[in-house]
Design a protein around this ligand. Structure first.
Ligand SMILES: Nc1nc2c(CCc3ccccc3)c3nc[nH]c3cc2c(=O)[nH]1
Ligand SMILES: [Zn+2]
Length: 372
């Protein structure tokens, strides 16, 4: 079995071109990772997710421990077999979802105790339990158990959460089951504060991880603050390991974050938008509920090769959206995931050819134009 590895294949300014190798396959970076929270990328069959070009998908410790249960998935052969996704899977550690989804009962040095948002049952997550669950799921990339402070927060509370997360990172590392091809990522915290980000980066580098995520962002701070935080944070992280910006983001965010040295991204936007009639195009987002599409025979995006753009008109999409038909979620989700993967492929090609700056300028001039 090959070891977990990251190869830096090239760079163009701050943008990097790389390759992650893990147990279930290879991931070209910069990469966008579709979110498959409850063991499904919503409204998509796994083979169709792969057809968009996605090489790795995300799962969630929080959701899967509550339903159907990590032990049950392990008994059934692990998450790859259970959801019929043969490629790499990254799972989040659960703390972030507890804070955003459950009726939080208690957070202390040991971990978090909470009530399930599904049936009200009590559960406890600790760094050790989170590592055990991600091992039972069989994740190629396991995330450290951390606390992501809400935005805005007092700096003192961000410092408290950051220092706790670093102690939890050490406990996560100690509890992680080392296997060739399986990696553990640390999560850098510190809010928008350069000194706290530095403390966190130092602590994570001393422990040593296979990759470094940037947490604590995409929590409502806005693009300018996210970019200014990235301006100093990515430089604190090792250059020979992948950098994963959690929860990001819109197409403009991806391009700007790649320019600042980020290699991996996840966001619910393309899939969630697919279920709420929003489609991404190279000229910006389009709302298919809008009556102006009712007689429009054109495809969503005549540059797109997805089945939606090859076989359906905007008029048809407007109709099935307004009728609340299931196919609307299928077609728009597929297109949005294809759009995100095509954007990442264009970004990788631009870095390879040393034209990323021109690509970024061209993207910004086209994208903001609004739909034709
Ligand atoms: N563990 C963790 N997760 C975060 C997520 C969820 C990403 C995720 C991973 C896997 C599946 C779903 C979601 C964030 N989403 C937006 N901002 C985020 C910050 C953090 C964070 O600081 N720590
Ligand atoms: Zn399309």
């Amino acid at each position: 079995m090959t070891d977990f590895s990251f190869e830096l294949l090239g760079a163009d300014g701050g943008a990097r071109r790389g390759r992650v190798t893990c147990a279930h396959g290879v991931i070209q970076t910069p990469a966008f990772m579709p979110v498959g929270t409850a063991a499904t990328v919503k409204a998509m069959l796994p083979e169709n997710v792969a057809a968009t070009g996605a090489e790795i998908i995300l799962g969630n410790t929080y959701h899967l421990m509550l339903r159907p249960g990590a032990e049950r998935i392990a008994r059934l052969g692990g998450l790859h077999a259970f959801m019929n996704w043969p490629g790499p899977i990254l799972t989040d550690s659960g703390g972030y979802q507890v804070m955003s989804l459950s009726e939080l009962r208690k957070l202390d040095e040991n971990g978090v105790t909470f009530r399930s948002h599904i049936d009200g049952s009590y559960h406890t997550l600790t760094p050790e339990r989170s590592m055990e669950i991600q091992h039972q799921l069989g994740s190629d990339i396991t995330m450290c158990f951390d606390e992501c402070p809400p935005y805005p927060s007092e700096k003192a509370d961000v410092a408290r959460a950051t220092q706790l997360s670093m102690r939890w990172a050490a406990r996560s590392r100690a509890a992680f089951v080392n296997r060739p091809g399986y990696g553990l990522f640390g999560i850098n915290q510190g809010g928008v504060h350069e000194d706290l980000r530095e403390q966190s980066a130092q602590a994570l580098k001393e422990i040593g991880f296979d990759g470094y995520a940037i947490g604590g962002l995409a929590v409502g701070e806005g693009r300018a603050l996210m970019f200014s935080t990235l301006d100093f944070t990515t430089l604190m992280l090792p250059t020979d390991k992948p950098r994963y910006l959690m929860g990001v983001g819109k197409p403009e965010d991806l391009v700007g974050a790649v320019a600042r040295g980020v290699d991996m991204f996840d966001c619910v936007l393309p899939t969630r938008s697919g279920r709420t009639a929003q489609a991404f195009t190279r000229r910006g987002p389009v709302n298919l509920k809008n009556a102006r599409h009712g007689d429009d025979p054109r495809p969503l995006d005549d540059h797109c090769s997805c089945p939606t753009c090859r076989n359906y008109s905007r008029a048809y999409l407007n109709h099935v959206v307004k009728a609340g038909e299931i196919i609307a979620a299928m077609l728009l989700t597929w297109h949005n995931l294809q759009y995100y993967q095509d954007l990442m492929a264009d970004i990788r090609r631009a870095i390879e050819s040393g034209t990323f700056a021109a690509f970024e300028a061209d993207f910004q001039s086209q994208y903001g134009q609004g739909d034709i």
